[in-house]
Design a binder for this molecule. Structure first.
Ligand code: 6CS
Ligand code: FE
Length: 314
């Protein structure tokens, strides 16, 4: 196996390591994307970038009806890719929605988001993971602080930091319904986390992550280096947040009456395909970490449209 640039979960001691990879992979071949030089620099500095209403109200209403259909379809479906809230039967996440053969598959190829991902990663891209997070009102539970890359590297064998998450906000995100919180600049550091990965960790970590989370000292250090700032991805439905795979993020529970639903597509560079997990364990299932039949996405220019007469899942 190639050298492990980002060792983690290898002992009791947390370590703060420097990032070894560029944040924006500038490549003239993909430089005529939608992002301005100023936006790219902002992404480079902060590790995330929010676009207000990248999708208009008509598009949002299509997305919402498709979201409802996906919810209804999965409510009583017992399947690995449907994750319930800890201690209840409420849906927390539905994974691998970009293979639904309908609306979300088309959305995952939408040129507005794919072109931005290509520009940031400086290559063609594919989807390594996708999901919808529901976070219902009153009882949506938190996501503790984590870097996605820490998990994807250790448990899925993602070699380098060359992936970007795209979160399309489907409900208005307020300060009080558990919006995503991000630490500016945290993507420039890698928190090598204490502890070891339990077997089949994903069976509990998708409900409540306890391994691969930063210790309190490293987390305090990260917030201090950001000048005490913790940013929030608030905004109207249709807004889109791009965040770098190593940006430290998390979200609080939602005890407001208003749900907070997002669609997540994780674009990975075609030059950064998954290898064997660096933990030495068995790879996680395909619905969490795509390995089969990987092909670069051809961006899609079509208008979004309802797929209400089509089956929702494979
Ligand atoms: O396991 C995953 O791939 C994702 N889920 C959690 C709870 N943390 C890491 C990553 O975002
Ligand atoms: Fe995450």
């Amino acid at each position: 196996m190639a050298v492990d640039l980002y060792p983690s979960r290898q002992g009791e001691q947390a370590k703060i390591l420097r990032r070894q990879d560029p944040v924006v992979h500038r490549n003239p071949e993909f430089s005529d994307g939608p992002l301005s030089e100023q936006e790219l620099t902002k992404f480079e500095e902060n590790g995330y970038l929010m676009f207000e209403k990248l999708f208009n109200d008509d598009e949002v209403s299509i997305m919402k009806s498709e979201l409802k259909r996906t919810m209804d379809f999965n409510r009583d479906r017992e399947a690995d890719d449907v994750i319930k809230e800890p201690g209840s039967n409420e849906i927390r996440s539905v994974f691998e929605i970009h293979k639904d053969s309908g609306f979300f598959q088309a959305l995952s190829k939408n040129e507005r988001i794919v072109n931005a991902a290509q520009q940031i990663l400086g290559s063609q891209v594919y989807i390594t993971q996708s999901r919808i997070n529901f976070k219902p009102g009153f009882k949506g539970k938190e996501f503790y602080w984590h870097s996605d890359f820490e998990t994807w590297h250790t448990e899925d064998g993602m070699p380098n930091m060359r992936a970007v998450s795209c979160s399309i906000i489907l409900t208005d995100n307020y300060e009080y319904n558990g919006p995503l919180m991000l630490i500016p600049g945290s993507h420039k550091w890698y928190i090598s986390c204490p502890g070891e990965t339990p077997e089949n960790n994903y069976k509990s970590s998708l409900q409540k992550q306890e391994t691969g989370v930063p210790d309190n000292n490293s987390m305090t250090w990260l917030v201090d280096q950001a000048g005490g700032r913790i940013d929030r991805a608030t905004g109207p439905a249709g807004s889109v947040l791009f965040f770098e795979c190593n940006t430290m993020h998390g979200s609080a529970g939602n005890i407001s009456p208003y749900p907070r639903s997002n669609v997540f597509f994780v674009f990975n560079s075609i030059n950064n395909k998954l290898t064997d997990p660096y933990s030495g364990q068995t790879p996680r299932p395909e619905f969490l970490a795509n390995r089969e039949d990987i092909r670069p996405i051809t961006p899609n220019k079509d208008r979004l449209q309802n797929f209400s007469n089509r089956i929702t899942k494979r």
